[in-house]
Design a protein around this ligand. Sequence first.
Ligand code: MG
Length: 161
Amino acid sequence: MSARAGIGYDSHRLVEGRRLVLGGVEIADAERGLIGHSDADVLAHAVIDALLGAAGLGDIGQHFPDTDERYRDADSMLLLSEVCTFLDDHGWRVCHVDATVIAEAPKLSPHRDAIRLSLAEAAGLAPLCVNVKFSTNEGMGFIGRGEGMAAHAVASLERAD
Ligand code: MG
């Protein structure tokens, strides 16, 4: 099989007193941030799972367990780079990543280009190979109530050889 696709999903809870980091970009105008063992970058985590899924190489929890102190407050962009190196070692080349962040607030579209460039740089991809979209949940459910954010991602890979 020479080409593959994978999906990723993640969600994190929003709390006071945390930075909001999405795709490695700090959203300075956010009133609250996501909480987790690492920097809780929900977008980066969904992208990592999509990449690992496409390669058939497990999931983020297997590679970076939240019981491991090495990953406390970890920069998820470093984890993303590590995963891309891991895929490269296994003979996979990343073709494209597409993702959607679902958040009620703040407005994220002004940060689209910065997030796209940040993800592309961490993954060693051309910016045109990374797409990021933003959606709200129209006030419904845990996202609509502002309790958390979620992200979905799809990644495609091809054999490097
Ligand atoms: Mg996560």
